[in-house]
Design a protein around this ligand. Structure first.
Ligand code: COA
Length: 376
Protein backbone atom coordinates (compact mmCIF):
# COMPACT_ATOMS: atom_id res chain seq x y z
CA UNK A 1 0.00 0.00 0.00
CA UNK A 2 1.18 3.50 -0.83
CA UNK A 3 0.28 6.83 0.79
CA UNK A 4 -0.92 9.54 -1.61
CA UNK A 5 0.30 12.67 0.19
CA UNK A 6 -2.29 15.41 0.02
CA UNK A 7 -4.36 13.05 -2.19
CA UNK A 8 -2.57 14.71 -5.12
CA UNK A 9 -3.92 13.33 -8.40
CA UNK A 10 -6.43 10.99 -6.69
CA UNK A 11 -10.03 11.45 -7.89
CA UNK A 12 -12.48 11.16 -4.99
CA UNK A 13 -15.66 12.34 -6.75
CA UNK A 14 -17.31 12.64 -10.13
CA UNK A 15 -18.49 16.19 -10.58
CA UNK A 16 -20.09 18.28 -13.31
CA UNK A 17 -19.75 21.63 -11.54
CA UNK A 18 -16.46 23.01 -12.84
CA UNK A 19 -13.47 22.00 -14.91
CA UNK A 20 -9.83 23.13 -14.91
CA UNK A 21 -7.24 22.46 -17.58
CA UNK A 22 -4.10 23.20 -15.61
CA UNK A 23 -1.81 22.92 -18.62
CA UNK A 24 -3.73 25.39 -20.78
CA UNK A 25 -4.87 27.68 -17.94
CA UNK A 26 -8.53 27.10 -18.66
CA UNK A 27 -11.52 27.16 -16.28
CA UNK A 28 -15.22 26.45 -16.90
CA UNK A 29 -18.28 26.53 -14.65
CA UNK A 30 -20.89 24.01 -15.82
CA UNK A 31 -19.08 23.96 -19.18
CA UNK A 32 -19.12 27.75 -19.67
CA UNK A 33 -15.69 29.45 -19.90
CA UNK A 34 -15.04 31.71 -16.94
CA UNK A 35 -14.25 34.63 -19.27
CA UNK A 36 -17.80 34.50 -20.70
CA UNK A 37 -19.38 34.48 -17.27
CA UNK A 38 -17.24 37.37 -16.07
CA UNK A 39 -18.15 39.35 -19.15
CA UNK A 40 -21.89 38.62 -19.21
CA UNK A 41 -23.20 37.18 -15.96
CA UNK A 42 -23.66 38.39 -12.40
CA UNK A 43 -22.50 36.69 -9.22
CA UNK A 44 -26.00 35.59 -8.23
CA UNK A 45 -26.82 34.28 -11.70
CA UNK A 46 -23.52 32.37 -11.69
CA UNK A 47 -24.35 31.01 -8.22
CA UNK A 48 -27.65 29.71 -9.55
CA UNK A 49 -25.83 28.10 -12.47
CA UNK A 50 -23.35 26.39 -10.14
CA UNK A 51 -25.92 25.08 -7.69
CA UNK A 52 -28.76 24.13 -10.05
CA UNK A 53 -26.72 23.14 -13.11
CA UNK A 54 -28.06 25.59 -15.68
CA UNK A 55 -28.63 29.30 -16.21
CA UNK A 56 -31.96 30.42 -14.73
CA UNK A 57 -34.92 31.83 -16.67
CA UNK A 58 -35.62 35.52 -15.97
CA UNK A 59 -38.39 34.58 -13.52
CA UNK A 60 -36.33 32.02 -11.68
CA UNK A 61 -33.44 34.44 -11.33
CA UNK A 62 -35.60 37.22 -9.97
CA UNK A 63 -37.22 34.82 -7.47
CA UNK A 64 -33.74 33.66 -6.41
CA UNK A 65 -32.50 37.24 -5.96
CA UNK A 66 -35.63 38.14 -3.97
CA UNK A 67 -35.23 35.14 -1.70
CA UNK A 68 -31.64 36.20 -0.99
CA UNK A 69 -32.63 39.82 -0.41
CA UNK A 70 -35.26 38.64 2.09
CA UNK A 71 -32.43 37.06 4.05
CA UNK A 72 -29.98 39.97 4.22
CA UNK A 73 -30.95 41.03 7.76
CA UNK A 74 -29.32 39.53 10.83
CA UNK A 75 -31.36 38.47 13.80
CA UNK A 76 -30.77 40.63 16.90
CA UNK A 77 -29.35 37.61 18.73
CA UNK A 78 -26.75 37.14 15.96
CA UNK A 79 -25.78 40.82 16.16
CA UNK A 80 -25.49 40.54 19.93
CA UNK A 81 -23.30 37.45 19.54
CA UNK A 82 -21.07 39.39 17.13
CA UNK A 83 -20.78 42.29 19.56
CA UNK A 84 -19.68 39.93 22.35
CA UNK A 85 -16.76 38.44 20.38
CA UNK A 86 -13.34 39.86 21.37
CA UNK A 87 -12.67 42.68 18.90
CA UNK A 88 -9.22 41.40 17.92
CA UNK A 89 -10.71 38.18 16.48
CA UNK A 90 -9.82 37.62 12.83
CA UNK A 91 -12.92 37.89 10.59
CA UNK A 92 -12.37 34.36 9.23
CA UNK A 93 -12.64 32.98 12.77
CA UNK A 94 -15.75 35.07 13.37
CA UNK A 95 -17.29 33.71 10.19
CA UNK A 96 -16.39 30.14 11.03
CA UNK A 97 -17.95 30.45 14.49
CA UNK A 98 -21.12 32.28 13.57
CA UNK A 99 -22.25 30.36 10.47
CA UNK A 100 -23.53 27.35 12.49
CA UNK A 101 -25.51 29.77 14.67
CA UNK A 102 -27.52 30.82 11.60
CA UNK A 103 -28.95 27.30 11.44
CA UNK A 104 -30.80 27.88 14.71
CA UNK A 105 -33.36 30.05 12.90
CA UNK A 106 -33.68 27.71 9.94
CA UNK A 107 -36.19 24.87 10.48
CA UNK A 108 -35.19 23.29 7.14
CA UNK A 109 -31.75 21.79 7.55
CA UNK A 110 -32.35 18.15 6.65
CA UNK A 111 -29.70 17.44 4.02
CA UNK A 112 -31.63 14.41 2.79
CA UNK A 113 -34.49 16.67 1.73
CA UNK A 114 -33.51 18.54 -1.47
CA UNK A 115 -36.05 21.30 -0.73
CA UNK A 116 -34.14 22.14 2.43
CA UNK A 117 -30.93 22.82 0.47
CA UNK A 118 -32.51 25.96 -0.96
CA UNK A 119 -33.18 27.33 2.49
CA UNK A 120 -29.51 26.97 3.58
CA UNK A 121 -28.36 28.45 0.26
CA UNK A 122 -30.42 31.65 0.32
CA UNK A 123 -29.90 32.09 4.04
CA UNK A 124 -26.11 31.84 3.74
CA UNK A 125 -25.87 33.93 0.57
CA UNK A 126 -28.03 36.56 2.25
CA UNK A 127 -26.52 36.71 5.71
CA UNK A 128 -22.81 36.00 5.28
CA UNK A 129 -22.03 39.34 3.56
CA UNK A 130 -23.96 41.15 6.33
CA UNK A 131 -21.94 39.29 8.97
CA UNK A 132 -18.63 40.20 7.33
CA UNK A 133 -19.54 43.86 6.92
CA UNK A 134 -21.05 44.09 10.42
CA UNK A 135 -17.91 42.58 11.92
CA UNK A 136 -15.75 45.18 10.15
CA UNK A 137 -17.85 47.98 11.59
CA UNK A 138 -17.94 46.42 15.09
CA UNK A 139 -14.14 46.00 15.03
CA UNK A 140 -13.86 49.68 14.18
CA UNK A 141 -16.10 50.53 17.14
CA UNK A 142 -18.95 51.58 14.83
CA UNK A 143 -22.56 50.44 14.51
CA UNK A 144 -23.18 47.98 11.62
CA UNK A 145 -24.76 49.51 8.51
CA UNK A 146 -28.20 48.02 7.76
CA UNK A 147 -28.44 46.23 4.40
CA UNK A 148 -30.05 48.12 1.52
CA UNK A 149 -32.08 45.61 -0.55
CA UNK A 150 -32.53 48.23 -3.27
CA UNK A 151 -28.85 47.88 -4.14
CA UNK A 152 -27.33 45.01 -6.11
CA UNK A 153 -25.79 42.12 -4.14
CA UNK A 154 -22.27 43.49 -4.58
CA UNK A 155 -23.32 47.12 -4.25
CA UNK A 156 -25.02 46.35 -0.94
CA UNK A 157 -21.94 44.56 0.41
CA UNK A 158 -19.61 47.45 -0.40
CA UNK A 159 -22.18 49.85 1.06
CA UNK A 160 -22.41 47.90 4.34
CA UNK A 161 -18.59 47.69 4.54
CA UNK A 162 -17.94 51.38 3.98
CA UNK A 163 -21.15 53.20 4.90
CA UNK A 164 -21.25 54.85 1.48
CA UNK A 165 -22.62 53.63 -1.82
CA UNK A 166 -20.05 52.42 -4.35
CA UNK A 167 -19.89 53.87 -7.84
CA UNK A 168 -21.01 51.82 -10.85
CA UNK A 169 -17.44 50.78 -11.78
CA UNK A 170 -16.61 49.49 -8.27
CA UNK A 171 -19.90 47.62 -8.04
CA UNK A 172 -19.44 46.00 -11.46
CA UNK A 173 -15.82 44.99 -10.92
CA UNK A 174 -16.43 43.69 -7.41
CA UNK A 175 -19.27 41.50 -8.72
CA UNK A 176 -16.93 40.05 -11.35
CA UNK A 177 -14.42 39.21 -8.62
CA UNK A 178 -17.13 37.27 -6.79
CA UNK A 179 -17.76 35.27 -9.98
CA UNK A 180 -14.05 34.43 -10.17
CA UNK A 181 -14.04 33.24 -6.58
CA UNK A 182 -17.31 31.28 -6.70
CA UNK A 183 -15.97 27.84 -7.60
CA UNK A 184 -12.76 25.92 -8.30
CA UNK A 185 -13.26 22.13 -8.43
CA UNK A 186 -12.22 20.03 -5.49
CA UNK A 187 -9.68 22.08 -3.57
CA UNK A 188 -8.98 21.82 0.16
CA UNK A 189 -12.00 23.80 1.38
CA UNK A 190 -14.45 22.14 -1.04
CA UNK A 191 -13.12 18.76 -0.03
CA UNK A 192 -13.61 19.77 3.61
CA UNK A 193 -17.20 20.78 2.85
CA UNK A 194 -18.10 17.46 1.21
CA UNK A 195 -16.35 15.41 3.90
CA UNK A 196 -18.57 17.14 6.48
CA UNK A 197 -21.68 16.81 4.28
CA UNK A 198 -20.94 13.09 3.81
CA UNK A 199 -21.66 12.61 7.53
CA UNK A 200 -25.12 14.13 6.82
CA UNK A 201 -24.28 17.14 8.99
CA UNK A 202 -26.18 20.18 7.69
CA UNK A 203 -24.85 22.64 5.11
CA UNK A 204 -24.19 25.27 7.78
CA UNK A 205 -21.66 22.92 9.40
CA UNK A 206 -20.16 22.03 6.02
CA UNK A 207 -19.74 25.70 5.06
CA UNK A 208 -18.38 26.69 8.47
CA UNK A 209 -15.76 23.92 8.27
CA UNK A 210 -14.89 24.97 4.73
CA UNK A 211 -14.32 28.52 5.97
CA UNK A 212 -11.78 27.17 8.49
CA UNK A 213 -10.04 25.27 5.71
CA UNK A 214 -9.99 28.30 3.41
CA UNK A 215 -8.40 30.51 6.05
CA UNK A 216 -4.98 28.81 5.85
CA UNK A 217 -2.22 30.65 4.01
CA UNK A 218 -1.62 27.85 1.52
CA UNK A 219 -5.25 28.30 0.41
CA UNK A 220 -7.49 31.40 0.57
CA UNK A 221 -5.49 33.02 3.36
CA UNK A 222 -2.75 33.75 0.80
CA UNK A 223 -4.44 36.94 -0.45
CA UNK A 224 -4.06 38.70 2.90
CA UNK A 225 -0.38 37.61 3.11
CA UNK A 226 0.27 38.90 -0.42
CA UNK A 227 -0.88 42.33 0.69
CA UNK A 228 1.53 42.38 3.65
CA UNK A 229 4.37 41.08 1.46
CA UNK A 230 3.84 43.75 -1.20
CA UNK A 231 3.10 46.66 1.09
CA UNK A 232 6.35 46.00 3.02
CA UNK A 233 8.32 46.84 -0.16
CA UNK A 234 9.57 50.42 0.13
CA UNK A 235 11.38 50.69 -3.20
CA UNK A 236 10.61 48.92 -6.47
CA UNK A 237 14.37 48.50 -7.08
CA UNK A 238 14.57 46.27 -3.98
CA UNK A 239 12.25 43.66 -5.49
CA UNK A 240 14.85 41.34 -7.12
CA UNK A 241 16.89 41.17 -3.90
CA UNK A 242 13.76 40.57 -1.79
CA UNK A 243 12.61 37.71 -4.03
CA UNK A 244 16.08 36.14 -4.19
CA UNK A 245 16.35 36.23 -0.41
CA UNK A 246 12.96 34.55 0.00
CA UNK A 247 13.86 31.82 -2.49
CA UNK A 248 17.27 31.29 -0.89
CA UNK A 249 15.54 30.85 2.48
CA UNK A 250 13.08 28.40 0.86
CA UNK A 251 10.20 30.72 1.70
CA UNK A 252 6.96 30.35 -0.28
CA UNK A 253 6.08 33.39 -2.34
CA UNK A 254 2.49 34.11 -1.47
CA UNK A 255 0.09 34.34 -4.41
CA UNK A 256 2.33 32.17 -6.59
CA UNK A 257 2.00 28.51 -7.52
CA UNK A 258 -0.93 26.15 -7.76
CA UNK A 259 -1.50 22.45 -7.36
CA UNK A 260 -3.37 22.26 -10.69
CA UNK A 261 -2.31 25.24 -12.83
CA UNK A 262 1.10 24.80 -14.32
CA UNK A 263 0.67 28.02 -16.25
CA UNK A 264 -0.86 31.43 -15.58
CA UNK A 265 -4.08 31.13 -13.52
CA UNK A 266 -6.83 32.48 -15.85
CA UNK A 267 -8.52 34.14 -12.86
CA UNK A 268 -5.32 36.06 -12.05
CA UNK A 269 -5.22 37.25 -15.66
CA UNK A 270 -8.80 38.55 -15.41
CA UNK A 271 -8.25 40.26 -12.06
CA UNK A 272 -5.12 41.92 -13.44
CA UNK A 273 -7.17 43.26 -16.38
CA UNK A 274 -9.79 44.61 -13.97
CA UNK A 275 -7.07 46.31 -11.94
CA UNK A 276 -5.72 47.90 -15.08
CA UNK A 277 -9.22 49.08 -16.01
CA UNK A 278 -9.91 50.57 -12.60
CA UNK A 279 -6.52 52.28 -12.35
CA UNK A 280 -6.82 53.73 -15.86
CA UNK A 281 -9.92 55.54 -14.57
CA UNK A 282 -9.06 56.22 -10.94
CA UNK A 283 -5.28 56.56 -11.24
CA UNK A 284 -2.41 54.13 -10.59
CA UNK A 285 -1.86 52.83 -7.09
CA UNK A 286 1.68 52.38 -5.77
CA UNK A 287 0.71 48.88 -4.68
CA UNK A 288 -0.28 47.90 -8.21
CA UNK A 289 3.05 49.14 -9.59
CA UNK A 290 4.89 47.12 -6.93
CA UNK A 291 2.71 44.05 -7.66
CA UNK A 292 3.37 44.20 -11.40
CA UNK A 293 7.11 44.50 -10.97
CA UNK A 294 7.06 41.74 -8.34
CA UNK A 295 5.15 39.49 -10.72
CA UNK A 296 7.67 40.14 -13.50
CA UNK A 297 10.71 39.28 -11.38
CA UNK A 298 9.15 36.35 -9.48
CA UNK A 299 7.91 34.81 -12.73
CA UNK A 300 11.40 35.03 -14.24
CA UNK A 301 12.79 33.20 -11.20
CA UNK A 302 10.02 30.57 -10.88
CA UNK A 303 8.83 29.77 -14.39
CA UNK A 304 11.35 26.95 -14.69
CA UNK A 305 9.32 25.21 -11.95
CA UNK A 306 6.12 26.25 -13.80
CA UNK A 307 5.07 28.52 -10.96
CA UNK A 308 2.99 31.57 -11.93
CA UNK A 309 0.70 34.03 -10.13
CA UNK A 310 -2.58 32.61 -8.85
CA UNK A 311 -5.85 34.45 -8.14
CA UNK A 312 -4.65 35.51 -4.70
CA UNK A 313 -1.73 37.51 -6.05
CA UNK A 314 -3.85 40.33 -7.44
CA UNK A 315 -7.17 40.01 -5.59
CA UNK A 316 -5.96 41.82 -2.44
CA UNK A 317 -4.45 44.62 -4.52
CA UNK A 318 -7.88 45.11 -6.08
CA UNK A 319 -9.76 44.94 -2.78
CA UNK A 320 -7.38 47.53 -1.29
CA UNK A 321 -8.64 49.94 -3.98
CA UNK A 322 -12.18 49.35 -2.72
CA UNK A 323 -11.11 50.32 0.81
CA UNK A 324 -11.46 46.77 2.13
CA UNK A 325 -8.99 46.09 4.99
CA UNK A 326 -6.51 43.18 4.41
CA UNK A 327 -8.04 40.90 7.08
CA UNK A 328 -11.27 40.96 5.05
CA UNK A 329 -9.77 39.75 1.76
CA UNK A 330 -10.18 36.06 2.62
CA UNK A 331 -13.72 36.59 3.99
CA UNK A 332 -14.65 38.11 0.60
CA UNK A 333 -13.28 34.95 -1.02
CA UNK A 334 -15.33 32.85 1.46
CA UNK A 335 -18.59 34.69 0.83
CA UNK A 336 -18.18 34.17 -2.92
CA UNK A 337 -17.33 30.48 -2.51
CA UNK A 338 -20.56 29.67 -0.62
CA UNK A 339 -22.33 28.79 -3.87
CA UNK A 340 -19.47 26.53 -4.98
CA UNK A 341 -19.34 24.74 -1.62
CA UNK A 342 -23.11 24.21 -1.54
CA UNK A 343 -23.16 23.05 -5.17
CA UNK A 344 -20.61 20.36 -4.29
CA UNK A 345 -22.37 19.29 -1.07
CA UNK A 346 -25.67 19.01 -2.93
CA UNK A 347 -24.06 16.99 -5.71
CA UNK A 348 -22.10 14.74 -3.35
CA UNK A 349 -24.91 13.69 -1.06
CA UNK A 350 -27.06 12.59 -3.99
CA UNK A 351 -24.96 9.44 -4.04
CA UNK A 352 -23.60 9.85 -0.58
CA UNK A 353 -20.81 7.69 0.74
CA UNK A 354 -19.35 8.59 4.12
CA UNK A 355 -15.71 9.61 3.67
CA UNK A 356 -13.54 7.16 5.51
CA UNK A 357 -10.07 6.84 3.98
CA UNK A 358 -7.57 4.44 5.36
CA UNK A 359 -4.07 4.77 6.78
CA UNK A 360 -0.88 2.82 6.98
CA UNK A 361 -0.15 2.31 10.64
CA UNK A 362 3.54 2.66 11.44
CA UNK A 363 3.44 2.80 15.23
CA UNK A 364 4.35 0.10 17.77
CA UNK A 365 2.35 -2.81 19.24
CA UNK A 366 2.13 -4.49 22.61
CA UNK A 367 3.51 -1.51 24.48
CA UNK A 368 2.40 -1.53 28.11
CA UNK A 369 1.19 1.23 30.34
CA UNK A 370 3.82 2.67 32.73
CA UNK A 371 2.56 4.49 35.84
CA UNK A 372 3.71 8.17 36.01
CA UNK A 373 6.18 7.57 38.91
CA UNK A 374 8.05 4.93 36.90
CA UNK A 375 8.42 6.99 33.69
CA UNK A 376 11.90 8.30 32.96
N1 COA B 1 7.08 30.06 -3.88
C1 COA B 1 8.26 29.45 -4.00
N2 COA B 1 8.40 28.15 -4.33
C2 COA B 1 7.28 27.46 -4.52
C3 COA B 1 5.99 28.04 -4.43
C4 COA B 1 5.93 29.41 -4.08
N3 COA B 1 4.75 30.00 -3.96
N4 COA B 1 5.06 27.11 -4.70
C5 COA B 1 5.71 25.96 -4.94
N5 COA B 1 7.06 26.16 -4.84
C6 COA B 1 8.13 25.20 -5.08
C7 COA B 1 8.35 24.33 -3.86
O1 COA B 1 9.28 24.92 -2.98
C8 COA B 1 8.86 23.06 -4.50
O2 COA B 1 10.21 23.25 -4.86
P1 COA B 1 11.26 22.03 -4.79
O3 COA B 1 10.71 21.01 -5.74
O4 COA B 1 12.54 22.64 -5.21
O5 COA B 1 11.23 21.58 -3.36
C9 COA B 1 8.04 22.97 -5.78
O6 COA B 1 7.68 24.30 -6.09
C10 COA B 1 6.79 22.12 -5.66
O7 COA B 1 6.11 22.51 -4.48
P2 COA B 1 4.85 21.73 -3.88
O8 COA B 1 4.59 22.20 -2.49
O9 COA B 1 5.02 20.27 -4.08
O10 COA B 1 3.73 22.21 -4.87
P3 COA B 1 2.20 22.19 -4.60
O11 COA B 1 1.57 21.94 -5.89
O12 COA B 1 1.81 21.29 -3.47
O13 COA B 1 1.96 23.71 -4.10
C11 COA B 1 0.80 25.53 -3.30
C12 COA B 1 0.81 24.40 -4.30
C13 COA B 1 -0.38 26.43 -3.61
C14 COA B 1 0.62 24.96 -1.87
C15 COA B 1 2.13 26.32 -3.39
O14 COA B 1 2.35 26.78 -4.70
C16 COA B 1 2.21 27.49 -2.42
O15 COA B 1 2.56 27.29 -1.24
N6 COA B 1 1.89 28.74 -2.87
C17 COA B 1 1.91 29.89 -2.03
C18 COA B 1 0.58 30.05 -1.29
C19 COA B 1 -0.54 30.45 -2.21
O16 COA B 1 -0.41 31.38 -2.99
N7 COA B 1 -1.67 29.76 -2.08
C20 COA B 1 -2.86 30.04 -2.86
C21 COA B 1 -3.08 28.99 -3.87
S1 COA B 1 -4.43 29.40 -4.94
Amino acid sequence: MKVYAGLAGIPVVKSSISYIDGEKGFLEYRGIPIQELVENSSYLETSYLLVFGKLPSKDKLSRFINDIKNNLYLDDSVLKFLKDIPSSTHPMKVLQSIIPVLSSKDPNTDVLDEKHHYSSLVNLLGQVPTIIASWKRIQEGKEPVEPDPELSYSGNFLYMMRGEKPDELEERIFDKCLILHAEHTINASTFTAIVVASTLADFYSAVSSAVGSLSGRLHGGANERVFYMLSAIKDIDDIPAIIDKKLKNKERIMGFGHRVYKTYDPRAKLIKQMLQEISSIKGDSKLLKVAMEFEKVATQRLKEKRIYPNIDFYSGVLYSLFGIPPAFYTPVFAMARISGWIAHCKEYIKENKLFRPTQIYDGGHNIHYIPPEKRG
